[in-house]
Design a protein around this ligand. Structure first.
Ligand code: FEO
Length: 169
């Protein structure tokens, strides 16, 4: 594996780790504010990001590289509203997508089709996660400041995840 690609993959390990911690902080905020469904949503996503990180670590090592386990950044832990929470979620996913696209670009520059092929899984994953984040934000726009709407949104958000997963099969 080219050193440039190895560096980008190791950076991606860090971005996935940061996303995992970011979503853990979001889950904790939701828990503390009585949104148990949203907390479950972000605890689940935090774990998914951790799995994305591990998949990269294993791949780097299997390809003869050295995976670097990064120090963790302290994530933002306070949010003024559900809108801010989910806007941050979308921004985080957009950032990860941008970084994945940079890896894809570099793979093509170096004709590294193995890493390019491996990264396609992440490309698909990002498409789904960004689409989900946008759908959730659309729902929150419809709900506005209605407290009953927030209550129902919190109650139903996990079934929303399950619906997304069903459409992936
Ligand atoms: Fe693994 Fe949602 O980025």
């Amino acid at each position: 594996m080219k050193p440039e690609i190895e560096t980008l993959l190791n950076n991606q390990v860090k971005y996935e780790a940061n996303a995992s911690m970011h979503y853990m902080a979001m889950a904790s905020w939701a828990d503390a504010n009585g949104y148990n469904g949203i907390a479950d949503f972000f605890y689940t996503h935090s774990e998914e990001e951790r799995q994305h990180m591990i998949k990269l670590v294993k791949f780097i090592n299997e390809r003869g590289g050295n995976a670097e386990i990064p120090a963790l950044e302290k994530p933002k832990s306070d949010f003024s509203s559900l809108n801010e929470l989910f806007e941050d979620f979308l921004s985080s996913e957009e950032f990860v997508t941008q970084k994945i696209n940079e890896i894809i670009f570099e793979c093509l520059q170096h004709k590294d089709y193995n890493v390019h092929n491996f990264m396609q899984w992440y490309v698909s994953e990002q498409l789904e996660e960004e689409a989900m984040a946008r759908s959730i934000l659309d729902k929150l726009t419809i709900i506005g400041d209605d407290k009953t709407g927030h209550y129902i949104f919190d109650r139903d958000i996990m079934s929303f995840i399950n619906t997304q997963e069903d459409t992936q099969q």
